[in-house]
Design a protein around this ligand. Structure first.
Ligand code: PHE
Length: 342
């Protein structure tokens, strides 16, 4: 009897089989329970050996049942743990991260460098009146500079004969708006988008400029030169980088100068700050008295310089990018190639 049950318990496949064995052996009508009931019919001598033996057998079988039950439980748990195993050491799939566009980066860098020199940031609208974009800047209606600017005009409603608004062709209108609102003295830069109907390797219909304006009692071209050389040295990280001022003409400055920075081409690669070549990077000059007057600043009391620099242009130079249009194609492969995207 003992061997039969102990073996069967050891081989029980699951908890149901185990329960059937428990009933058959030690349940109310189980074999061992029935035999125990026979004890009453025995002689005291027979009972004295059979009783303890049956009790011991019952205990042994109960213990074997409990042990097997625990073993089956462990096995089930192990099986679940195997099935539901999760490898938390597995590296996660890489996530695509966004990054700042190179033109925005250059815009931020340039703004920070001018901020270090005490220039505050001013802003103006991208759609502006022809007064701010032209007239106030001493570019009257008949002036050839209007035609040269390749201006985008906004439409007026039929019968509305007021002059149309324009997409600003430069950041210079911010000079007027700032002086009008804040008067003199002032020291500001105005970074932002500007528009001209022009498209080739170095021109896009939308591009970015930084306007600079410093007005005070005795500001001169010397201050302008220092500020620009300081800026280019910081921006290109080249101490003592040379600039060249070429006499030029803008209706809103007098005198006017276009500014080049020193560079050279070595094996088709542009090197900034060395060699005997020059690259034009901005227009500048002393603010024209008529411009000060138009903005409500007395030209007998105040004077100052202004400049307008192409941000995308200096970004091209800094990163050695030959085609300006690529900046605005939103081509991830291009951005990655130049290290501008992950
Ligand atoms: N507004 C001029 C341009 O876009 C640049 C400029 C700004 C020149 C300020 C002189 C002074 O070409």
């Amino acid at each position: 009897l003992r061997d039969k049950y102990i073996t069967a318990i050891g081989e029980a496949a699951d908890e149901n089989a185990l329960e059937a064995l428990r009933l058959a052996a030690v349940g109310k009508k189980g074999e061992i329970s029935l035999q125990m009931r026979e004890l009453g019919k025995m002689t005291p001598e027979q009972r004295q050996t059979a009783g303890p033996a049956l009790n011991a057998l019952k205990d042994e079988i109960n213990a074997a049942l409990a042990a097997k039950k625990a073993a089956l439980g462990d096995a089930a748990l192990n099986e679940r743990l195997q099935a539901e195993w999760l490898d938390v050491t597995l590296p996660p799939r890489p996530m695509r991260q966004g990054s700042i566009h190179p033109v925005s980066q250059v815009m931020e860098e340039a703004t920070a460098i001018f901020a270090d020199m005490g220039f505050a940031v001013a802003e103006g609208p991208q759609v502006d009146s022809d007064w701010y974009n032209f007239d106030a800047l001493n570019i009257p209606g008949h002036h050839p500079a209007r035609a040269e600017m390749d201006t985008f005009y906004m439409h007026r409603a039929e019968g509305d004969n007021r002059p149309p608004h324009v997409l600003r062709t430069h950041t210079s209108p911010v000079q007027i708006r700032h002086m009008e609102g804040n008067g003199a003295p002032c020291r500001i830069i105005a970074p932002g988008r500007v528009y001209r109907a022009d498209y080739d390797q170095t021109h896009t219909p939308m591009f970015n400029q930084i306007e600079g304006l410093a007005i005070d009692k005795d500001i001169s071209m010397a201050n302008l030169k220092w500020v620009l050389e300081e800026f280019f040295a910081a921006f290109f990280e080249i101490d003592g980088i040379k600039t060249r001022f070429r006499a030029s003409h803008f209706p809103f400055t007098e005198p006017s100068a276009e500014v080049d920075i020193q560079c050279s081409w070595v094996d088709g690669q542009l090197k900034i700050g060395e060699g005997d070549g020059w690259l034009e990077v901005l227009g500048s000059g002393m603010v024209h008295p008529k411009v000060l007057s138009a903005a409500g600043v007395d030209p007998n009391e105040w004077q100052g310089f202004a400049f307008g620099m192409g941000i995308d242009r200096i970004a091209m130079l800094k990163y050695g990018i030959p085609d300006l249009r690529a900046f605005f194609d939103s081509d991830l492969r291009w951005l990655k190639h130049y290290g501008f995207a992950a």
